[in-house]
Ligand binder design. Structure first.
Ligand SMILES: Nc1ncnc2c1ncn2[C@@H]1O[C@H](COP(=O)(O)OP(=O)(O)OP(=O)(O)O)[C@@H](O)[C@H]1O
Ligand SMILES: [Mg+2]
Length: 315
């Protein structure tokens, strides 16, 4: 269960503006990956390109042996059924109540009976805590509720690939904690391949198997959680620690001299702390009664090995 997505040499521009170039990564089947990056670096554009809503200029996206950047609209329609997507703005239909919004993909893509649809819709609404709000219009509810309605809608088709664009923005900290647990539990239960865009560093640290970072039109890094969390790469460290000092500035670009100055001013306190000895944020585990998927053993081994290599390298 879950399918691998292999991205190679992907480049996306709008007119003369290159958004990102030569992006290569593999989203391993059944694993959770998080994409980070400053605002405007093209994270949402990346998700839209993965589902085939935007066409890249170069590169390939291979899913189940097919390069989806080369598919015709009809075949793309079939591939899209593999995806459950929560867009950044929720993308609910304003004139439909929550029930109909969430039922929409089932009515559009399946021949299920209304009673079967009802069972699925209510199950997903229950899962995201929206029972009782079936009749509400998107305009009548809070931003956080709209987010959760979008989540429920993304899940109704039992997708193999789940793309969430900032599922946690607009949620209070308690809801974010519940959402993270929901993602971990879901992943353990359905084993879909997840890619989540978030600005929430705490979530990025404890939820995914892999982390990627987009910055200055490049994928700076993509790899196992452990590798990014202990990385010495200045951009990665600045981002994962949420600091002002470092290569990332307010307007996204800083000149090299300023970066040098700031890093020097930070002193060595930050840099000398050996990454291997840093306390690793523990992974969020599936809730009680939810068995851990077999692949977790492999990931735990991979993390342990990385930790070992770091310690040896730093000794
Ligand atoms: N359809 C489009 N046509 C032209 N330019 C676009 C289009 N969609 C996005 N862009 C541009 O691509 C760039 C990246 O946008 P994107 O929304 O992917 O950023 P982001 O990383 O998701 O930012 P945020 O964290 O604020 O959501 C922006 O400069 C945006 O103006
Ligand atoms: Mg975005």
């Amino acid at each position: 269960m879950g399918v691998e997505i292999c991205v190679e040499g992907l480049t996306k521009s709008f007119g003369h503006q290159v958004i990102w170039q030569d992006v290569s990564l593999t989203l391993p089947a059944g694993e959770v990956s998080v994409m980070l990056g400053p605002s405007g670096t093209g994270k949402s554009v990346f998700l839209k390109t993965l589902v085939g809503l935007l066409k890249p200029e170069r590169g390939s996206i291979t899913i189940q042996g097919r390069d989806i950047t080369r598919l015709r609209e009809h075949d793309l329609y079939e591939v899209r059924k593999l995806f459950g997507v929560l867009f950044q703005d929720g993308a609910l239909f304003g004139s439909m109540n929550l029930y109909d919004n969430i039922a929409f993909p089932l009515r559009e893509h399946t021949r299920k009976s209304e009673s079967e649809i009802r069972r699925i819709v209510l199950e997903k609404m229950d899962m995201v805590g929206l029972i009782g709000a079936e009749g509400k219009l998107p305009g009548e509810i809070s931003g956080g509720m709209r987010k959760r309605a979008g989540l429920a809608r993304a899940l109704v088709l039992d997708p193999e690939i789940i793309l969430f664009d900032e599922p946690d923005s607009g949620l209070d900290p308690v809801r974010v904690a519940y959402l993270n647990q929901l993602i971990v539990d879901l992943n353990a239960q359905i084993d879909a391949t997840f890619l989540i865009v978030t600005h929430d560093i705490a979530s990025a640290r404890q939820v995914p198997d892999n982390i990627g970072l987009l910055f200055r039109r490049e994928l700076v890094m993509f790899g196992p959680r452990e590798e990014l969390l202990t990385s010495d790469e200045p951009v990665v460290r600045q981002f994962l620690n949420g600091r002002m000092q470092g290569p990332i500035g307010m307007a996204e670009e800083k000149d090299a001299a300023q970066v040098e100055q700031e890093l020097a001013a930070l002193g060595d306190g930050d840099r000398t702390q050996s990454p291997g000895s840093q306390a690793m944020t523990p992974r969020l585990l599936p809730g009680p009664g939810i068995p851990r998927p077999p692949r977790w053993e492999a990931i735990a081994r991979r993390e342990a090995e990385l930790r070992h290599r770091k310690v040896v390298a730093d000794a």
